[in-house]
Design a protein around this ligand. Structure first.
Ligand code: NZQ
Ligand code: ZN
Length: 391
């Protein structure tokens, strides 16, 4: 295991009706004027936004509203939010929604206290300062409720990049699993896929002797394999949704990823798909992961064989571990298809003729130099071959 620092000070309020504590928690973490930031309307239809507003009212905390965050959130609304915060002297940003609303809120919170263009953070500058952020989560997926990361799509060029900094870890996150019961089945499945991807991206490491974190990742993957089909069969299964919600947070607050190198090439390769086609991030990952894993498997076939045996219950083929590794990748692919995820470019809405464009933006866009690094460094040719495996 490598040396590491881990600082994860988010306060979690977990369980039924916890959204009614939003006002108290904003006060506890120093907010006196709030920007409530939300998406395309699900929180209005469900009545959640009204409950959050009532909770702030009961603490006499004033707020301004900015809705309209799209899935794969855009830079345009971030600029609008930054201006609004400055004009209204906002000192706390409260996201009510999914990863997109939370990521947009994080970008606004960082941009509101920065003199330059907030996009600097999405071009590699570490986020040192931000307004404090709180979240009321409505979908188990991105893990942004416990992560120091944010992903935004730049409208000029339609490419998607991430920013990071402990300053944008939420001060508090309200996790009420019942709020996810209104999700369409497809979005629930996209979330499960994203959570599994966050676990796989950490499992694929070049660091040796990482049994503690390996076992934590395996536990969360087994949870998703157990609870995923239950929640797809019965969207109102609170117990299954609760386990998925906590596993989703744990998958991405990096408690399972400390002290080890990580991959993130599946995410990098997927981000170009959701930026270009505006598909759901989880759906893109369902198509991307099996292709990437098949392509890089021989870099460390025993790692893929280990996850196949421990998580997917495959038999170890000692004479040919490659067979075991492949069986594990196929088990993942079948599981994702079984919960309703797409399996190829056509089902995702992606086009083979765009592959050169995808590769170019992936490997050369926004300061990259012809390759992406992770478990394996992949050059343009590798990335082209991986996209072709998805067709
Ligand atoms: O916009 P509304 O109307 O709220 O509808 C949303 C949206 O259409 C809907 N939804 C959310 N909760 C709902 C609901 N509908 C009914 N009932 C509910 N309870 O679901 C749709 C998807 O929402 P979104 O916020 O986009 O989902 P998700 O949480 O998957 O976030 C995806 C974004 O997170 C980024 C992705 O790239 C993508 O842009 N990621 C962020 C990460 C991070 N910050 O750490 C890491 C991830 O790997 C990921 O890249
Ligand atoms: Zn993700």
């Amino acid at each position: 295991m490598n040396n590491f620092n881990f600082y994860s000070p988010t306060f979690f309020a977990f369980g039924k009706d916890t959204e009614n504590d939003a006002g108290k928690l904003v006060r506890r973490f120093g907010g006196s004027k709030v920007l409530i930031h939300y998406g395309g309307g699900s929180v209005i239809r469900s009545g959640l936004l009204d409950r959050v507003k009532a909770s702030l009212d009961s603490e006499s905390i004033p707020y301004v509203l900015l809705g309209g965050v799209k899935p794969n959130p855009r830079s345009g609304l971030v600029y609008e939010g930054i201006e609004l915060c400055k004009k209204e002297n906002v000192d706390f940003v409260l996201a009510v929604g999914g990863g997109s609303s939370i990521d947009s809120a994080k970008a606004i919170a960082a941009g509101a206290v920065y003199d330059g263009d907030f996009w600097d953070f999405y071009s590699g500058k570490y986020i040192e300062n931000a307004l404090p952020i709180g979240t009321v989560l409505t979908i188990s997926a991105a893990g942004s409720e416990g992560s120091p990361d944010s992903v935004i799509t730049k409208e000029e060029g339609m490419f998607k990049r991430g920013a990071t900094g402990d300053a944008i870890r939420p001060k508090f996150s309200i996790l009420n699993p019942a709020l996810t019961q209104t999700l369409p089945q497809y979005q629930t499945a996209c979330g499960i896929t994203d959570i599994m991807a966050h676990l796989y991206e950490r499992y694929l490491t070049n660091t040796t002797e990482v049994e503690a974190t390996d076992r934590m990742i395996e536990a969360h993957l087994l949870t998703m394999i157990h609870e995923g089909p239950r929640v797809i069969a019965d969207p109102n299964n609170y117990a299954a949704r609760a386990n998925i919600m906590w596993a989703g947070m744990m998958a991405h607050n990096n408690s399972c990823g400390v002290g080890r190198s990580q991959d993130w090439n599946s995410h990098n390769i997927e981000h170009e798909l959701s930026a270009l086609y505006d598909c759901a991030h989880g759906a893109g990952l369902a198509v991307t992961m099996p292709a990437v894993f098949t392509y890089v498997m021989n870099h460390d076939v025993m790692r893929f064989a280990q996850i196949a045996v421990r998580v997917w219950g495959c038999q170890m083929d000692f004479a040919c571990p490659e067979n075991t590794a492949k069986a594990g990748i196929e088990a993942l692919r079948s599981f994702l298809i079984s919960i309703g995820m797409p399996k190829n470019f056509a089902e995702l809405g992606a086009k083979e003729e765009d592959i050169d464009k995808l590769v170019d933006v992936l490997c050369n866009g926004n300061g990259r130099n012809g390759s992406i690094s992770g478990f394996v460094t992949l050059d343009e040719n590798d990335c082209r071959n991986i996209y072709k495996l998805m067709v």
